[in-house]
Design a protein around this ligand. Sequence first.
Ligand SMILES: [Zn+2]
Length: 139
Amino acid sequence: MTSELGVGRPTKRRPGAAVGGLPVADSRPVLDRSDDGGDAVLGVRCTACRYPAAQTGIPWCPACYAPVAPERFAVTGTAWSSTVVAIRVGQRRPPFGLAYLDLDDGPRVLVHLAEPAVVPIGTRLRITGTDDGDLVASA
Ligand SMILES: [Zn+2]
């Protein structure tokens, strides 16, 4: 049997309801504030290739289409990149900091920084909470 990766699968995201498209799930990572097990970023991990995704409710692995299982990822990691945004974005007033954070045992997630400053690549960050649904991290 020959098959080409992606053929026959929905691979394109539709715009959300806010721009007139079909409603879609909020794809932002979810922080689970737990008293007993500790905080965790919720997501899934592929049962075949172990690919991690910081998104719940997806039906199959984004990399290989195998089944996925629920997973809890660490709230700590290292900064892959960061920037300070100097324009208004939605209700966000500039300046504010953004970073891509490689979670220690999981995927790369976008986080808002507690302070509007660039952090060096490799900086240790911890997700401390959420702000209007977005993850917030600080050094
Ligand atoms: Zn996979």
